[in-house]
Design a protein around this ligand. Structure first.
Ligand code: PBG
Length: 329
């Protein structure tokens, strides 16, 4: 006997598929990462991230307007700091006329309603390429958190709507929250990279900012003492609870595709929005395969983005944001 229930009825044509579709991507799902450099008229393609660029402040303003007109209303800023300004403590991060502080201003001047989030970590400013201060072969936790708090105040004063600590030091969300409150920056939000894994997928990003850990004796060669072990899931839930308790408004899982089980578990556990960062290596991987003609770029891109949202992402940070929105038509 034929089955009474035939699931293919709901797949028969575009109209019915659209009617029953459970997950829909919209431009407002996206947070657009942007790389900023010194100079004027600069738009340099990043070698390991085809069709993605480092922008000088003038072009950053133009880009912000273009994004806004496409319905992309939130950006996440990263800066490439000249080698000469790097030191162990990331002193330049606190310069009120520093590149990040000016970048925030450029975006807000060009596009006042754009939501601006800023990366908070020492690595782009660190002469060792680490997210914290290095001493005796260790990354110092509490001393680093104090600087991150100062950095957050500086970004907030420059006009950032949210600060996004990506360093994975313990206790830094509380320290940053308290510091912002003390300065009466009560409206500045915190998006915490709460489950950030020690991943091989960050390579192209470190090319973009020339921020990879240096290879030197007594300097940890990777970030495994602060970023999470890809083997762990219960630890991610613990991190999520702790960051929410410490005052995070939004929490983030990173990278994306390999960690969608974590996204779902965290989404089911907490009551704050969950962001997912589809990172540089994920972008590079698809670009490379598509360039060789081995994968259909647009189809795989949309499949990955919809999968991230289906897994529970309220916000998707992705280098594909513009490409995806163009396809949405
Ligand atoms: C820095 C930071 C990294 C990324 C975001 N913030 C790199 C790292 O931790 O080494 C990676 C983003 C990407 O790969 O797209 N703290």
């Amino acid at each position: 006997m034929y089955p009474l229930r035939r699931n293919r009825r709901l797949r028969a044509n575009n109209a019915v598929r659209h009617l029953v579709r459970e997950t829909i991507l919209t431009p407002s799902d996206f947070l657009v990462p942007l790389f900023v450099v010194e100079g004027h008229g600069v738009k340099e393609e990043i070698a390991s991230m085809p069709n993605y660029y480092r922008l000088s402040l003038d072009n950053l303003g133009k880009e912000a307007k273009e994004l806004w007109n496409m319905g992309l209303c939130a950006v996440l800023l990263f800066v490439k700091v000249p080698e000469s300004l790097k030191d162990n403590k990331g002193t330049e991060a606190l310069n009120e006329h520093g590149l990040m502080q000016r970048a925030i201003n450029s975006v807000k001047s060009a596009c006042p309603d754009m939501l601006v989030m800023t990366d908070v970590a020492l690595d782009p400013y660190s002469s060792f390429g680490h997210d914290g201060i290095v001493a005796n072969g260790q990354i110092l936790n509490d001393e680093t958190s104090e600087i991150l708090a100062q950095m957050s105040i500086s970004h907030a004063e420059a006009g950032a709507d949210f600060v996004a600590p990506s360093d994975m030091m313990d206790g830094r969300i509380q320290i940053i929250r308290e510091a912002l409150e003390d300065e009466e920056l009560t409206n500045t939000g915190i998006m915490s990279y709460c489950a950030k894994y020690a991943s091989g997928f960050y390579g192209p990003f470190r090319d973009a900012l020339e921020s990879a850990p240096v290879k030197k004796d007594n300097i940890p060669k990777d970030k495994q003492t602060y970023q999470m072990d890809p083997a762990n899931r219960i630890e991610a839930i613990k991190e999520a609870h702790m960051d929410v308790d410490e005052g995070a408004d939004i929490i983030m899982v990173k990278p994306g595709i390999c960690y969608l089980d974590i996204v779902r578990e965290i989404k089911d556990e907490v009551e704050v929005p969950v962001a997912v960062y589809q990172v540089s290596g994920e972008y590079a991987m698809l670009k490379a395969a598509a360039e060789k003609g081995w994968l259909d770029h647009d189809a795989v891109m949309m499949e990955q983005l919809i999968s991230i949202k289906r897994a529970g992402a309220d916000i998707i940070a992705s280098y594909f944001a513009k490409d995806a929105v163009k396809l949405m038509g």
